[in-house]
Design a protein around this ligand. Structure first.
Ligand code: ZN
Length: 658
């Protein structure tokens, strides 16, 4: 007597990924409810089952639904916004400011829906996510009919959805309580990474995960620099640290681990950590080559992920499987190192183990959830097929097949993609909403990129008021001229204030279009005894210089912004992309003076690294008003006379222009 079943997928090549890794040439899968009830030859299952619906999979592979083990899916909206930059420029110049400004619940909901559509079309049935407003990701995944582990990201820095880490932890607690027990969504907490978190965050996260029996998500040892800096600061690797703060006391899903040491791998193996490698992201961000073979040799539970779509730029697990198979080959000069079958396992059976779901998904076996992807083969790029070697199907799937070959997708027995149409989402509306948000970001970037001040404000925060600087400069060619100035400083009309000595290293960014202004990054090192020992770094945007109309010998600088410069010069150079970079170094003696009731500064400068033995005299004053600048200009003119400076020695340019 034939039994009833809901769905019978038949006449396809069934790639089971079960313990024996059986491949059934003309195979079938029977589904009832959310479970797989039979896997076997088509003829046997046709005889045994009367299905509610039979789906012909002739010319197709029937594979376990793919598992994307690490993602930040709402970042689909930032796909293509900035690329080919150093990690810090990309992160601090673009990702963080854009997220701070645009990332809200609607952004997350829209980005997550777009990612679900993309992943479903590419045969992904389960994903592991880490982001802000994670309840919106959970809702999107639930609505799309997908399976997901959703981690509310927490870090010590303010995030788009939490002003402090306490708020972040509270949000994570609420999120988990709200979603715990959902059939397909596992809510959890995701401490971002050791370098962005605190011991307390990891302790709290581990306690929450223990309480609910859920996995802890985090990033570990993604870049060499991160590991190096962490070691210098804490005398241990990020991975050893994660163990010590309790992250491995529960099931931990750790992304990247590119720079894990042998000892790190041993620790992770001992604690059953699931490692998710993301070769596409590691390659694009130049984080390093993921040591996939070493992970496997260490006996780690290994999965595969796309990472965020801002650094990949897609959510395509076929692309990741290809990289997982070929990157280790190139890295080791050994083509046998990660065979296609093993790469395929990373996105299926092995990946399920890494995320702690091997009992539910990852293979086509009786009793497992019916998460199934049907991949059409026999297209121009996947023809012909060979059957002499059972492993040939893995070659076709990993080296030739593409996400766009996915024809149908089932999650929990429900058809979520049929004939390349996503059944659970209004895809056209999702794409429209995504572009509408992207248009707003685009407009913001267009305006920001056109204005240096806007570019500075985005990375350095608050705007300072405008400020004028009136200055006169003279070239003192002889020691006698210098002596004359020093003597004149002791004139009774002048009250001497603070005296200081410093070396200043200035880097100027200049543009061919001078109306853009110029940027100066200054390292100011005090050299007088007892002064502050650490240098001061500032970034100043000045407008175009002009001569003072009433006093042609004077120039008026117009500083529009000064901020603390807390990034390396390289960062600013890449971020601002100037047409020219000019360096000016000088030794400066400075006298603060009071003259006729006004404060001024007198500098005696000696330029370093130039064939110019002269000493330069600068008299400067700052003011907030243009009118006051005229008063200061008059005083400076008087001082010049007092110092015995004649017209010929005046220099109407700044050092950078000499
Ligand atoms: Zn990530």
């Amino acid at each position: 007597m034939a039994e009833r079943c809901d769905t019978l997928l038949l006449n396809g090549t069934v790639v089971t990924m079960d313990a024996r890794q059986r491949v059934i040439g003309d195979g079938a899968v029977a589904i009832t409810g959310n479970q797989i009830v039979a896997v076997g030859p088509s003829a046997a299952l046709v005889a045994a089952y009367v299905p509610r619906q039979a789906i012909d999979c002739l010319g197709c592979a029937i594979i376990p639904g793919l598992i994307n083990g690490h993602a930040h899916v709402p970042m689909t909206l930032l796909r293509g916004v900035a690329a080919d930059m150093q990690l810090d420029v990309w992160l601090f110049g673009y990702m963080f400011p854009l997220e701070q400004r645009f990332c809200d619940a609607r952004f997350v909901a829209t980005g997550a829906r777009l990612a679900c559509a993309e992943m479903l079309r590419g045969g992904v049935t389960t994903f592991v996510d880490m982001y802000y407003f994670e309840d919106e990701v959970a809702r999107a995944a639930a609505d799309a009919g997908m399976r997901a582990i959703c981690g509310q990201a927490v870090m010590r820095l303010p995030t788009p959805d939490a002003a402090s880490l306490d708020e972040g932890l509270a949000r994570a607690r609420r999120f988990i309580a709200d979603w715990h027990g959902h059939e397909r969504i596992t809510p959890t907490i995701a401490p971002h990474a050791p370098y962005t978190c605190t011991d307390e965050i990891y302790h709290e996260a581990a306690a929450l995960c223990r309480q609910y029996g859920i996995p802890l998500l985090t990033h570990l040892s993604e870049t060499a620099r991160e590991v190096q800096e962490f070691r210098a600061e804490r005398q241990q690797t990020p991975i050893a640290y994660a163990r010590d703060v309790g992250a491995f006391g529960v099931h931990c899903i750790a992304a990247h681990c590119v720079h894990a040491t042998d000892e790190d791998m041993r620790i992770m193996q001992q604690h059953g950590v699931g490692v998710v490698t993301c070769p596409g992201s590691n390659l694009k961000l130049a984080s390093g080559l993921p040591p996939i073979r070493a992970f496997l040799d260490a006996g780690l539970r290994l999965g595969l992920g796309t990472d965020g779509p801002a650094s990949n730029d897609d959510q395509d697990m076929f692309g990741e499987m290809l990289l997982a198979a070929i990157v280790p080959k190139a890295a080791s000069a050994d083509p046998t190192v990660v065979p296609a079958r093993q790469a395929f396992a990373l996105a299926t059976s092995s990946g399920a183990g890494a995320i702690g779901m091997a009992h539910l998904i990852g293979s086509l076996e009786v009793g497992k959830r019916a998460d199934v992807t049907i991949v059409e083969l026999g297209r121009a790029h996947s023809t012909p097929r060979y059957r002499y070697d059972p492993d040939a199907i893995y070659s076709t799937l990993v080296y030739a097949a593409r996400a766009a070959d996915v024809r149908d997708v089932f999650v929990d027995g429900r058809a979520v993609v049929r004939d390349r149409t996503v059944m659970t989402l209004d895809e056209a509306a999702v794409l429209r909403d995504a572009q509408a948000i992207a248009d707003r970001i685009d407009q913001f970037l267009i305006e920001r990129e056109a204005d240096l001040l806007d570019k500075i404000i985005v990375i350095a925060g608050v705007r300072s008021d405008e400020q004028f600087e009136v200055q006169a400069k003279a070239r003192l060619a002889t020691p006698a001229a210098v002596e004359r100035v020093l003597a004149a400083l002791h004139d009774p009309a002048i009250t001497l204030g603070k005296v200081s000595e410093r070396t200043q290293y200035d880097t100027f960014f200049l543009w061919d279009d001078a109306t853009l202004g110029r940027i100066r990054i200054r390292e100011d090192r005090r050299t007088d005894p007892g002064a502050r020992p650490t240098p001061k770094y500032t970034l100043t945007l000045t407008g175009a210089l002009r001569r003072h109309t009433g006093h042609p010998a004077l120039i008026v600088g117009h500083a529009r912004y000064t901020a603390v410069a807390d990034q390396p010069i390289r960062f600013y150079r890449e971020y601002f992309a100037p047409d020219r970079v000019v360096e000016v170094q000088k030794q400066r003696r400075r006298w603060r003076i009071r003259f006729r009731g006004e404060d001024l500064a007198v500098n005696l400068d000696h330029l370093l690294g130039r064939d110019d033995p002269a000493t330069y005299l600068e008299i400067k004053s700052r003011t907030w008003s243009a009118r006051d600048a005229a008063v200061k200009a008059q005083l400076i003119t008087e001082l010049l006379a007092q110092f015995g400076i004649d017209e010929q020695t005046l220099v109407n340019r700044e050092y950078v222009d000499l």
